[in-house]
Design a protein around this ligand. Structure first.
Ligand code: SAM
Length: 222
């Protein structure tokens, strides 16, 4: 049976507007620290939930063997066009995050820039287990999350503990399902998938009057 976990709002968003053209500083720092010194064309990196391809563009431009997928057809169409316009190449697919078809022990790194947190807990657990499966030994995970202190938490329809739909305020308004994290819960889930060497960095900032408590977690498959 086909698994479909992505919120329907994403297809509408990607059809109607642009979404993120430039990579985040945290992704650049992670890639630079871990992979800039390597033989880049032999380093396989997956952009998990790539949206319209901001990080796919960056990875390809930096010479990595770049893979990317998103559950929204419009997002992937726009990412393909974006790379084509710049003469860049990547392996792009439409896929659901809970049903990825990559082979075992394949990637040197998987980058989740704000995709996985837009899902229900059971699917989030499945996604981290699947990422563990497709990473090579010594392969690295980069993933991000927003905590329960972020503006908008507690608004909209509560679907399960700390997971909301139709959030009514803040940076996560209008994007379907959102899981707001407790730092320890997050680390336990990633550990439960098998990851080791878990490191968490936190930045707290305000934007448009919203309070944003944002985390980056990196981990390794040993
Ligand atoms: C906040 S956007 C981030 C996009 C991109 N990573 C970036 O940094 O610009 C979240 C993306 O995850 C995708 N997404 C969310 N849940 C998904 C799922 N279950 N399967 C596949 N894609 C999903 C959405 O379509 C959307 O493009």
């Amino acid at each position: 049976m086909e698994v479909k976990t992505i919120s329907s709002e994403w297809e509408t968003i990607h059809q109607r507007r642009g979404w993120g053209r430039y990579p985040s500083e945290t992704v650049i720092r992670f890639v630079a620290r871990n992979f800039y010194q390597m033989d880049r064309e032999n380093v396989k990196i997956l952009d998990f939930g790539c949206g319209q391809g901001a990080h796919t563009w960056y990875l390809s431009r930096e010479g990595f063997d770049t893979y990317a997928f998103d559950g929204s057809q419009s997002a992937v169409d726009k990412a393909v066009q974006f790379l084509e316009n710049e003469g860049l190449r990547a392996h792009l697919d439409v896929m659901d995050g809970a049903n990825i078809s990559y082979q075992d022990d394949y990637f040197d790194a998987v980058i989740d820039s704000a995709c996985i947190g837009h899902n229900m807990i059971k699917d989030i657990k499945r996604m981290y287990s699947e990422i563990y499966r497709i990473l090579k030994k010594e392969g690295k995970l980069f993933t991000t999350f927003f905590s329960t202190k972020t503006t908008g938490f507690g608004t909209g329809e509560c679907l399960e503990h700390n997971t909301y739909k139709s959030v009514e305020a803040g940076p996560l308004q209008g994007v379907g399902v959102v899981h707001f994290w407790d730092k320890n819960e997050f680390s336990e889930i990633v550990k439960g998938a098998g990851f080791k060497n878990i490191e968490i960095e936190n930045s707290i900032y305000t934007n448009n009057g919203n309070y944003i408590d944002s985390y980056v977690l990196t981990a390794t498959k040993l």
